[in-house]
Design a protein around this ligand. Sequence first.
Ligand code: NAG
Length: 259
Amino acid sequence: MAGAKGVALVATVLYSVLVTCGFAAGAWLPAKATWYGAPNGAGPDDNGGACGFKNTNQNPFNSMTSCGNEPLSFLDGAGCGACYQIRCVNNPACSGQTKTVMITDMNYYPVARYHFDLSGTAFGSMAKPGLNDQLRHAGIIDIQFQRVPCYHRGLYINFHVEAGSNPVYFAVLVEYVNKNGTVVQMDLMESRPSGKPTRVWTPMRRSWGSIWRLDSNHVLQAPFSLRMRSESGQEVISHQVIPANWRPDTNYRSVVQFR
Ligand SMILES: *[C@@H]1O[C@H](CO)[C@@H](O)[C@H](O)[C@H]1NC(C)=O
Protein backbone atom coordinates (compact mmCIF):
# COMPACT_ATOMS: atom_id res chain seq x y z
CA MET A 1 0.00 0.00 0.00
CA ALA A 2 2.75 2.43 1.04
CA GLY A 3 4.51 1.65 -2.23
CA ALA A 4 1.38 2.32 -4.22
CA LYS A 5 0.81 5.57 -2.34
CA GLY A 6 4.41 6.55 -3.00
CA VAL A 7 3.96 5.89 -6.70
CA ALA A 8 0.72 7.87 -6.68
CA LEU A 9 2.43 10.77 -4.91
CA VAL A 10 5.36 10.77 -7.34
CA ALA A 11 2.89 10.57 -10.21
CA THR A 12 0.92 13.53 -8.80
CA VAL A 13 4.05 15.62 -8.31
CA LEU A 14 5.29 14.74 -11.80
CA TYR A 15 1.88 15.60 -13.18
CA SER A 16 1.90 18.99 -11.51
CA VAL A 17 5.45 19.69 -12.70
CA LEU A 18 4.73 18.59 -16.26
CA VAL A 19 1.21 19.88 -16.66
CA THR A 20 0.95 22.97 -14.49
CA CYS A 21 4.64 23.80 -14.59
CA GLY A 22 4.64 23.65 -10.80
CA PHE A 23 5.34 27.31 -10.09
CA ALA A 24 3.47 28.24 -6.94
CA ALA A 25 2.40 31.87 -6.71
CA GLY A 26 4.48 33.94 -4.33
CA ALA A 27 7.66 31.89 -4.74
CA TRP A 28 10.45 33.78 -6.46
CA LEU A 29 12.93 31.54 -8.26
CA PRO A 30 16.34 32.44 -9.69
CA ALA A 31 16.85 32.62 -13.45
CA LYS A 32 19.18 34.08 -16.06
CA ALA A 33 17.98 36.73 -18.48
CA THR A 34 19.34 37.67 -21.88
CA TRP A 35 17.72 39.69 -24.66
CA TYR A 36 17.32 39.49 -28.40
CA GLY A 37 16.05 41.55 -31.32
CA ALA A 38 16.12 45.33 -31.38
CA PRO A 39 17.08 47.20 -28.16
CA ASN A 40 13.60 48.72 -27.98
CA GLY A 41 11.81 45.95 -29.85
CA ALA A 42 9.48 43.05 -29.12
CA GLY A 43 11.90 40.22 -29.94
CA PRO A 44 11.90 38.72 -33.43
CA ASP A 45 11.88 40.99 -36.48
CA ASP A 46 8.32 40.06 -37.44
CA ASN A 47 7.25 40.65 -33.83
CA GLY A 48 5.91 37.11 -33.72
CA GLY A 49 7.70 34.02 -32.55
CA ALA A 50 7.31 30.32 -31.91
CA CYS A 51 3.94 30.80 -30.20
CA GLY A 52 2.32 32.25 -33.33
CA PHE A 53 1.30 35.56 -31.74
CA LYS A 54 1.67 38.55 -34.06
CA ASN A 55 2.03 42.29 -33.41
CA THR A 56 3.70 41.59 -30.07
CA ASN A 57 4.82 45.23 -30.05
CA GLN A 58 1.14 46.20 -29.61
CA ASN A 59 -1.46 45.83 -26.86
CA PRO A 60 -1.72 43.60 -24.86
CA PHE A 61 1.89 42.45 -25.36
CA ASN A 62 3.40 45.92 -25.64
CA SER A 63 6.80 44.34 -26.36
CA MET A 64 6.92 42.93 -22.80
CA THR A 65 7.65 39.50 -24.21
CA SER A 66 10.04 36.64 -23.64
CA CYS A 67 11.27 33.35 -24.99
CA GLY A 68 11.03 30.70 -22.35
CA ASN A 69 13.17 27.60 -22.19
CA GLU A 70 11.48 24.25 -21.71
CA PRO A 71 10.35 24.54 -18.08
CA LEU A 72 8.82 27.95 -18.84
CA SER A 73 7.38 27.54 -22.32
CA PHE A 74 7.11 23.76 -22.22
CA LEU A 75 8.34 21.62 -25.05
CA ASP A 76 5.61 22.08 -27.63
CA GLY A 77 4.39 25.54 -26.78
CA ALA A 78 1.88 24.70 -24.06
CA GLY A 79 3.33 27.57 -22.02
CA CYS A 80 2.62 30.15 -24.73
CA GLY A 81 0.67 33.03 -23.20
CA ALA A 82 1.77 32.40 -19.61
CA CYS A 83 2.68 35.51 -17.62
CA TYR A 84 5.67 35.93 -15.32
CA GLN A 85 6.82 38.66 -13.02
CA ILE A 86 10.54 39.33 -13.32
CA ARG A 87 12.96 41.56 -11.42
CA CYS A 88 16.71 41.91 -11.39
CA VAL A 89 18.61 42.44 -8.20
CA ASN A 90 22.38 42.40 -8.50
CA ASN A 91 23.32 44.74 -11.34
CA PRO A 92 24.01 48.41 -10.44
CA ALA A 93 21.63 49.47 -13.24
CA CYS A 94 18.75 47.40 -11.84
CA SER A 95 15.75 49.17 -10.36
CA GLY A 96 14.67 46.02 -8.54
CA GLN A 97 11.10 46.78 -9.57
CA THR A 98 8.80 44.01 -10.69
CA LYS A 99 7.81 43.84 -14.37
CA THR A 100 5.42 41.43 -16.08
CA VAL A 101 6.24 39.60 -19.31
CA MET A 102 4.38 37.08 -21.42
CA ILE A 103 5.85 33.97 -23.04
CA THR A 104 5.53 34.51 -26.78
CA ASP A 105 8.47 32.52 -28.08
CA MET A 106 10.62 29.50 -27.28
CA ASN A 107 14.25 29.21 -26.38
CA TYR A 108 16.01 25.97 -27.23
CA TYR A 109 19.50 26.88 -26.00
CA PRO A 110 19.09 27.76 -22.34
CA VAL A 111 22.08 29.10 -20.40
CA ALA A 112 20.50 28.13 -17.05
CA ARG A 113 17.78 25.93 -15.64
CA TYR A 114 15.37 28.85 -16.07
CA HIS A 115 16.30 31.23 -18.86
CA PHE A 116 14.25 34.21 -20.03
CA ASP A 117 15.44 35.42 -23.42
CA LEU A 118 13.62 38.73 -23.25
CA SER A 119 12.76 41.35 -25.83
CA GLY A 120 15.10 44.35 -25.65
CA THR A 121 12.20 46.36 -24.25
CA ALA A 122 11.43 43.88 -21.46
CA PHE A 123 15.10 43.52 -20.51
CA GLY A 124 15.60 47.29 -20.38
CA SER A 125 12.40 47.77 -18.35
CA MET A 126 14.15 46.28 -15.31
CA ALA A 127 16.63 49.19 -15.24
CA LYS A 128 16.61 52.36 -13.19
CA PRO A 129 15.30 55.38 -15.15
CA GLY A 130 17.72 56.29 -17.92
CA LEU A 131 19.90 53.21 -17.45
CA ASN A 132 18.09 50.86 -19.91
CA ASP A 133 21.01 50.84 -22.33
CA GLN A 134 23.53 50.30 -19.54
CA LEU A 135 21.57 47.29 -18.29
CA ARG A 136 21.18 45.87 -21.81
CA HIS A 137 24.93 46.27 -22.21
CA ALA A 138 25.39 43.67 -19.45
CA GLY A 139 23.94 41.13 -21.91
CA ILE A 140 23.21 38.47 -19.34
CA ILE A 141 21.98 39.10 -15.82
CA ASP A 142 20.59 37.27 -12.81
CA ILE A 143 16.89 37.73 -12.25
CA GLN A 144 14.13 36.31 -10.10
CA PHE A 145 10.77 35.28 -11.48
CA GLN A 146 7.38 33.98 -10.47
CA ARG A 147 4.36 32.85 -12.42
CA VAL A 148 1.41 35.22 -12.15
CA PRO A 149 -2.10 35.34 -13.62
CA CYS A 150 -2.50 37.27 -16.87
CA TYR A 151 -4.86 40.24 -17.06
CA HIS A 152 -5.45 41.64 -20.50
CA ARG A 153 -7.67 44.46 -19.36
CA GLY A 154 -10.79 44.92 -21.44
CA LEU A 155 -9.91 42.19 -23.90
CA TYR A 156 -11.84 39.08 -24.76
CA ILE A 157 -10.20 35.94 -26.16
CA ASN A 158 -9.31 36.38 -29.83
CA PHE A 159 -9.26 33.69 -32.49
CA HIS A 160 -7.20 34.13 -35.63
CA VAL A 161 -8.13 31.54 -38.25
CA GLU A 162 -4.80 30.71 -39.81
CA ALA A 163 -3.91 30.98 -43.48
CA GLY A 164 -4.29 27.61 -45.23
CA SER A 165 -7.43 26.62 -43.31
CA ASN A 166 -10.09 25.01 -45.53
CA PRO A 167 -13.32 22.98 -45.11
CA VAL A 168 -11.42 19.87 -43.93
CA TYR A 169 -8.51 21.57 -42.15
CA PHE A 170 -9.17 24.22 -39.53
CA ALA A 171 -6.29 25.90 -37.69
CA VAL A 172 -6.82 28.69 -35.20
CA LEU A 173 -4.52 30.85 -33.07
CA VAL A 174 -5.84 31.53 -29.56
CA GLU A 175 -4.72 34.73 -27.88
CA TYR A 176 -5.40 37.24 -25.06
CA VAL A 177 -6.25 34.46 -22.58
CA ASN A 178 -6.62 35.77 -19.02
CA LYS A 179 -5.77 34.01 -15.74
CA ASN A 180 -3.53 30.99 -16.50
CA GLY A 181 -2.88 32.53 -19.91
CA THR A 182 -2.41 29.12 -21.47
CA VAL A 183 -4.81 26.63 -23.04
CA VAL A 184 -4.28 22.90 -22.42
CA GLN A 185 -7.13 21.61 -24.58
CA MET A 186 -9.33 22.99 -27.27
CA ASP A 187 -12.42 21.44 -28.85
CA LEU A 188 -14.62 22.42 -31.76
CA MET A 189 -18.35 21.96 -32.21
CA GLU A 190 -19.85 22.05 -35.68
CA SER A 191 -23.36 23.16 -36.48
CA ARG A 192 -26.04 21.37 -38.39
CA PRO A 193 -26.94 23.12 -41.63
CA SER A 194 -29.94 24.61 -39.78
CA GLY A 195 -27.47 26.33 -37.49
CA LYS A 196 -28.36 24.18 -34.48
CA PRO A 197 -25.28 22.67 -32.84
CA THR A 198 -25.05 18.89 -32.82
CA ARG A 199 -23.63 19.00 -29.27
CA VAL A 200 -20.62 16.93 -30.22
CA TRP A 201 -17.25 18.32 -29.26
CA THR A 202 -14.38 17.22 -31.49
CA PRO A 203 -10.94 17.47 -29.87
CA MET A 204 -8.45 19.65 -31.67
CA ARG A 205 -4.72 19.18 -31.25
CA ARG A 206 -1.91 21.65 -30.73
CA SER A 207 -0.36 22.36 -34.11
CA TRP A 208 2.46 24.55 -32.76
CA GLY A 209 2.71 27.30 -30.20
CA SER A 210 -0.74 28.67 -29.47
CA ILE A 211 -2.22 27.33 -32.71
CA TRP A 212 -4.74 24.48 -32.57
CA ARG A 213 -5.81 22.39 -35.57
CA LEU A 214 -8.51 19.98 -36.62
CA ASP A 215 -7.95 17.65 -39.55
CA SER A 216 -11.39 16.41 -40.54
CA ASN A 217 -12.53 13.44 -42.61
CA HIS A 218 -15.60 15.41 -43.69
CA VAL A 219 -16.46 18.95 -44.68
CA LEU A 220 -16.76 20.88 -41.43
CA GLN A 221 -20.14 22.58 -40.92
CA ALA A 222 -19.72 26.14 -39.68
CA PRO A 223 -20.59 28.11 -37.60
CA PHE A 224 -18.20 26.59 -35.08
CA SER A 225 -18.21 26.88 -31.32
CA LEU A 226 -14.85 26.64 -29.58
CA ARG A 227 -14.20 25.34 -26.09
CA MET A 228 -10.97 26.02 -24.20
CA ARG A 229 -9.70 24.38 -21.05
CA SER A 230 -7.03 26.06 -18.92
CA GLU A 231 -4.35 24.49 -16.74
CA SER A 232 -6.64 24.78 -13.72
CA GLY A 233 -9.34 22.77 -15.53
CA GLN A 234 -11.62 25.76 -16.02
CA GLU A 235 -13.53 25.71 -19.31
CA VAL A 236 -14.80 28.57 -21.41
CA ILE A 237 -17.04 28.17 -24.45
CA SER A 238 -17.36 30.69 -27.23
CA HIS A 239 -20.63 29.82 -28.94
CA GLN A 240 -20.63 29.93 -32.73
CA VAL A 241 -17.75 32.39 -32.74
CA ILE A 242 -16.57 31.22 -36.16
CA PRO A 243 -19.33 32.20 -38.60
CA ALA A 244 -20.66 30.19 -41.54
CA ASN A 245 -18.77 32.39 -44.00
CA TRP A 246 -15.42 32.23 -42.16
CA ARG A 247 -12.25 32.94 -44.08
CA PRO A 248 -8.60 32.01 -43.52
CA ASP A 249 -6.23 34.65 -42.17
CA THR A 250 -9.03 36.46 -40.33
CA ASN A 251 -9.62 37.47 -36.70
CA TYR A 252 -12.79 36.47 -34.89
CA ARG A 253 -13.16 38.23 -31.54
CA SER A 254 -15.12 36.32 -28.90
CA VAL A 255 -17.10 37.78 -26.01
CA VAL A 256 -15.71 35.28 -23.50
CA GLN A 257 -12.79 35.30 -21.14
CA PHE A 258 -11.41 33.24 -18.24
CA ARG A 259 -12.39 34.86 -14.92
C1 NAG B 1 -4.31 28.60 -12.91
O1 NAG B 1 -5.46 29.30 -12.47
C2 NAG B 1 -5.98 28.85 -11.25
C3 NAG B 1 -7.30 29.53 -10.97
O2 NAG B 1 -7.41 30.74 -11.62
C4 NAG B 1 -4.96 29.08 -10.15
O3 NAG B 1 -5.44 28.61 -8.92
C5 NAG B 1 -3.67 28.34 -10.53
O4 NAG B 1 -2.67 28.65 -9.58
C6 NAG B 1 -3.19 28.76 -11.89
N1 NAG B 1 -2.06 27.94 -12.27
C7 NAG B 1 -0.91 28.47 -12.69
C8 NAG B 1 0.16 27.48 -12.99
O5 NAG B 1 -0.75 29.66 -12.82
